[in-house]
Design a protein around this ligand. Structure first.
Ligand code: SF4
Length: 446
């Protein structure tokens, strides 16, 4: 009988943890340790056996701060490889002034930043027996495209939305963690990264756009810097849920450089200034049409996708007509439209001027007719062009379907290919566009 294989974890780096403060801090410590164990780290009960020590601090009262500083001092003296996290992390400058050799200081609930710092200080050991989860994590999308979530929560308070009360204020992931995930996704076959958040363009505001270093280069926690780094990975990078803040102009520059797809998903929701004010929408800028024209002057094939709501409380026929006229000027490529519905807990429920259901219904049909005509015309303008198409599906009859740079999966249209034998899912194929309808394009590989 073959001898049983013995798996030894002797080589796994060991992490020590000093956890101070309240039960919330304790839960934070547990989450950090759980993640580290999942990554193959071992735990150490003493300073001597630890490759790195995490001190989870409390900064609530002066006495708690003093205790935390004592604990950091002890860990520095006994081990020297120390990462500080928790509430006292808000006073990073004071901690660094007192302990200049500290490896990293992060604030409460910044689990990823702590885990990142541990990985930097003591890189994990990969094991075929332990790493049942691929580098890129477990995915629910096909291998060739992946969603990349860069932040959670939202600082806005749109009248129709309860997401901030469910998910809290904006909490951005550290840029290094996002880039590490993106690199793993690309390494594992993703050809397209779809960047998502509640408000993607606000990325890093909560981190005060702090600068960290990545491969020796400074990197701001800012959507422009992050997008540039993502663009350098060699996959298509598509941005969703962008609000037209002024710095979005810089993203258009990255599209010109070929680092981002010429695609912006901006949930405008409406165009009438009165309705937008009542909705309390962010980046509610009356000059947004001028900006769209400016963007298209710079990136002529920029595709815009959006969502709109009709029948919001107080929306008049004039507001609605303003929206329809605006669509004609903005030439949005793809748009979804919803009839307003009250959501339990939303501030909009208290607004006067409820729009009758039959009026909502009729406005929805008018919106869809206007938008379909625009979409159809914009697709027809692509006939005769050669476009790169990322293949999503192939059939047994030599046909295939995929998406050009102008279309996101599930929500936009497709490109249907004939005579596409030998093509596989995930390939990027040059396609001559022969026909179009109001939703899709049709073509043949060239
Ligand atoms: S709809 Fe408004 S409040 Fe809700 S997630 Fe989007 S930006 Fe934030």
């Amino acid at each position: 009988m073959a001898p049983a294989m013995t798996l030894t974890l002797d080589t796994a780096p060991r992490v020590g943890m000093v956890s101070l403060g309240c039960p919330k801090a304790l839960v934070d410590s547990e989450r950090i340790l759980t993640q580290l164990r999942a990554d193959g780290y071992a735990l150490s009960a003493d300073y001597a056996g630890a490759d790195v020590v995490i001190v989870n601090t409390c900064g609530f009262l002066d006495s708690a701060k003093a205790e935390s500083l004592d604990a950091i001092g002890e860990a520095m003296a006994e081990n020297g490889q120390v990462i500080v996290t928790g509430c006292l992390g808000h006073e990073a400058d004071a901690i660094r002034a007192r302990f200049p050799a500290i490896l990293a200081v992060t604030g409460p609930q910044q689990y990823e930043a702590v885990v990142d710092a541990v990985r930097l200080a003591a890189p994990p050991v990969k094991s075929a027996y332990l790493d049942l989860i691929p580098d890129a994590g477990l995915k629910l999308t096909p291998r060739h495209y992946s969603y990349l979530k860069i932040s959670e929560g939202c600082d806005h308070r749109c009248a129709f939305c309860i997401i901030p009360s469910l998910r809290g204020d904006l909490a951005s992931r550290p840029p290094a963690a996002i880039l590490r995930e993106a690199e793993a996704l690309v390494r594992n076959g993703s050809k397209e990264l779809l960047v998502i958040a509640q408000d993607t363009s606000a990325y890093g505001v909560d981190l005060r756009h702090a600068v960290s270093t990545l491969g020796g280069r400074p990197l701001r926690a800012h959507i422009t810097d992050l997008s540039r780094e993502l663009g350098l990975l060699g996959a298509w990078v598509r941005l969703h849920y962008i609000y037209p803040y002024p710095h979005v102009d810089q993203l258009i520059g990255l599209m010109s450089e070929g680092l981002l797809l010429p695609y912006l998903d901006i949930p405008f929701q409406h165009a009438s200034p009165t309705v937008l004010r009542a909705m309390r929408r962010p980046a509610n800028d009356s000059k947004v049409l001028d900006r769209i024209h400016k963007w298209r002057a710079e990136v002529p094939d920029l595709a815009l996708r959006s969502t709109f709501v009709v029948g919001f409380p107080g929306e008049t026929e004039a507001d609605f007509q303003y929206l329809i006229d605006w669509l004609g000027h903005a030439q949005i490529d793809r748009a979804g439209c919803f009839k307003y519905e009250a959501v339990a807990g939303a501030a909009a429920n208290a607004l006067p001027g409820a729009v009758p259901e039959d009026v909502k219904e009729s406005r929805w049909h008018r919106f869809m007719a206007a938008q379909s005509a625009i979409s159809e015309e914009r697709l027809a303008a692509k006939v005769g062009r050669d476009l790169d198409v990322l293949i999503d599906a192939v059939d047994e009859d030599g046909g295939a379907s995929g998406r050009s740079k102008y279309d996101a999966p599930e929500i936009d249209g497709e490109v249907h290919l004939r005579d596409a034998g030998g093509i596989s899912v995930g390939d990027i194929v040059r396609v001559r566009i022969e026909e179009s309808d109001e939703a899709d394009l049709f073509g043949v590989p060239v």
